[in-house]
Design a protein. Structure first.
Length: 170
């Protein structure tokens, strides 16, 4: 006897969120600073890294060393996942975003300048980069800008009830 058919994400999709929930999710992105980026190596080995980000709607930009594991993984497989969630030990107040999509290295002066401008506005240490420790300055010289563009966005907000989820069209 065959078991039930495998469930797909479409069957489990939470309802679409409204304008106020979308605004809350975007405000949440603005209030937080660290995302977890999940990539996979060519052999399928998962890799997870925490990164500072700046957002443009639900798209996220960050700076990384092109030689890092996650940057190299994105060269061969752009599909990835992102989570943003503050640390808490109380399940009643868990909030966060789970997103899947694609990431790429930014190229060209217009898009890199725009991302760098958003990052500099958000992180004031970038304006003082010349006065930072030498290792940071050297790392910055090798760094590249990257952008995650979501294909699926899910907002979790247990303050609205345990397991409360809404999805948004990116």
């Amino acid at each position: 006897m065959a078991g039930p058919p495998p469930q797909t994400e479409d069957r489990d999709d939470p309802p679409l969120g409204g304008a106020s929930e979308r605004a809350a999710a975007l405000a949440f992105l603005g209030a937080n600073h660290v995302m977890a980026l999940a990539t996979q190596s060519p052999d399928g080995t998962p890799h997870l890294v925490s990164l500072l980000y700046v957002h443009d709607e639900f798209s996220l930009d960050w700076v990384s060393d092109p030689a890092s594991h996650h940057s190299r993984h994105l060269q061969t497989e752009a599909r990835c996942a992102v989570a943003v969630a503050p640390d808490t030990d109380a399940f009643q107040i868990i909030q966060g975003l789970q997103m899947k999509g694609r990431a790429r290295r930014l190229e060209g002066p217009v898009e890199t300048a725009a991302a760098l401008g958003r990052l500099a506005l958000r992180y004031d240490f970038l304006a003082r980069l010349g006065s930072q420790p030498g290792a940071l300055v050297e790392a910055w010289k090798k760094a590249a800008l990257y952008r995650f563009t979501p294909e699926r966005v899910v907002w979790i907000d247990n303050r609205q009830g345990f397991g409360y989820k809404r999805r948004f069209e990116p």
